[in-house]
Design a protein around this ligand. Structure first.
Ligand SMILES: C[S@@+](CC[C@H](N)C(=O)[O-])C[C@H]1O[C@@H](n2cnc3c(N)ncnc32)[C@H](O)[C@@H]1O
Length: 271
């Protein structure tokens, strides 16, 4: 059950990516996620190659457009953005304009990859990660920003299943991944798909702070916290209890998965 936030005025936000300003307007937080600093953790830990700057990149599940705009500010000129939500794509379009986007961009309404047809040098994503509430009806697009199937892995597992078909040889996926969804399981599954996979960055996040963020978004953060803890146990993920913070903590991981060119084996491949 969500409390409506729609009567709030337009949210004007400012982030910095490698010293450059990213401006975002979000009109309706019932439909589009007001970004946290998670996507900035991704870009802060992303070193782009020249082929990524010159090729075509995709922000999968773009929401407000934050990662697509950040990639442009980092030197990419061909930046596509996709989302299941039409309203997110409209918001991303406005925000690209607000940031004087001067590159090429296709904005694609797509359920994960179902309407994607290109091959990308780089795909970045900040996925939805919460287990569905049993009674959840998706009346607002914002629900898609948070919920992803009965164990919260629905979006991530769909990405793992098909991402190889949408990457060039040697292309890579950079995916934010909270440890409560069992990052090691994701790494195993990507390796089975023949990706060269590693965690390239991690930071601790207090589950209490995250519950507060959910509450600010109109959800019952406390109930979602309890569900996240029990779901983590079911998935075999370890959550540490921090006495000093009186909270469980998880790690926010950045998973890198590189598509190994078919003419090379794992040992011979250097990205
Ligand atoms: C956690 S939000 C991230 C939004 C934005 N990238 C950010 O970092 O603030 C996840 C985004 O994925 C989108 N999404 C959820 N399920 C999707 C699906 N099946 N296909 C495409 N996009 C989806 C949501 O609409 C939402 O915009």
């Amino acid at each position: 059950m969500r409390i409506s936030l729609s009567n709030h005025p337009v949210h004007h936000l400012e982030f910095r990516v490698y010293g450059k300003q990213v401006l975002l307007d979000v009109e309706d937080p019932d439909e589009v996620l007001i970004p946290s600093d998670w996507p900035i953790f991704l870009t802060d830990n992303l070193k782009l190659s020249s082929s990524e700057r010159e090729g075509t990149v995709l922000d999968l599940g773009t929401g407000s457009g934050i990662l697509a705009i950040a990639l442009y500010k980092m030197g990419c000129t061909n930046v596509d953005a996709s989302d299941i939500s039409r309203i997110a794509l409209e918001t991303a379009r406005e925000n690209l304009r607000l940031n004087d986007f001067g590159g090429n961009s296709d904005l694609i309404q797509s359920d994960v990859f179902d309407k994607i047809s290109k091959h990308y040098e780089l795909i970045v994503t900040n996925p939805p990660t919460f287990p569905d509430e049993q009674s959840l009806r998706r009346n607002h697009y914002i629900d898609y920003a948070f919920f992803a199937g009965s164990d919260g892995r629905g979006f991530i597992d769909k990405v793992i299943e098909s991402v190889d078909k949408f990457l060039v040889e040697g292309g890579r996926l950079m995916m934010l991944h909270p440890s409560y969804l069992n990052t090691n399981l994701t790494i195993e599954r990507l390796k089975k798909k023949n990706f060269k996979t590693s965690i390239t960055a991690s930071r601790n996040v207090s589950l209490n702070d995250y519950a507060k963020f959910l509450t600010q978004n109109g959800y019952d953060g406390e109930t979602m916290k309890v569900k996240t803890i029990s779901n983590a146990k079911t998935l075999g993920s370890e959550l540490k209890y921090s006495d000093s913070k009186s909270s469980y903590e998880f790690t926010l991981d950045l998973v890198e998965a590189i598509k190994i060119p078919t003419n090379l084996n794992t040992e011979g491949f250097r990205p």
